[in-house]
Write a protein that binds this ligand. Sequence first.
Ligand code: ATP
Ligand code: MG
Length: 206
Amino acid sequence: MRIGILGGTFDPVHIGHLVAAVNARDELVLDKVLMVVANQPWQKIGVRTIAPAEIRLKMLSEAVKGIHGISACDIEIKRGGLSYTADTVSAVKKMYLPDEIYLLVGADVASELSTWERVEEFQKDVQLVVISRPSEHVDGSLSCHSCMEEEKLAGNLLGWRASSMAIPALYISSSMIRERVRNKKSLDFLVPPSVIDIIIANRLYC
Ligand code: ATP
Ligand code: MG
């Protein structure tokens, strides 16, 4: 059993998340990619309003319906409280008894790894995979690379068994989707139709 964990707030899920998940599934030959919805993302609390966990889970569940090997995972919601990857890895180990766990993170998250809690508890249990993600420079230009080398130099990948994975560059974020809702811009082709329906029905991000 080879399991991938792609954690996130998914507020809301968008095609960048889905393209990352299916590419990881295929390239790493994973039996399952668990897209784990953070109950209370400790990095984002107090910074902005976050949609209720149950609604974020519902959007993700609809988005991955029928996609082979990809599932919406509610273990952090069921656990309640603040969501820490250390507890999630430990739960996944118990639930699936996997041969290998791949922790999938976008390049932006890779640069924050040194701030994560209790990494020493699970660092040896997972292979870290840094997924390429475009980022914007102050002058508005975009670049897309996995940042592996930079992160290694900065010491952010110290202690991890890490590799990088390039996926089609999609300059999309949940922040951008929320802003588009506020500005009444179309979400077509950026998030699945079922997710648009849930956003409208629950008047999210207005
Ligand atoms: P927000 O703007 O609210 O932070 P987000 O788009 O970054 O939202 P998250 O839920 O924070 O979404 O991200 C979950 C995971 O998916 C992270 O590891 C993140 O790096 C990765 N990810 C998100 N969007 C992309 C994308 N377009 N390409 C590659 N990886 C992505
Ligand atoms: Mg993010």
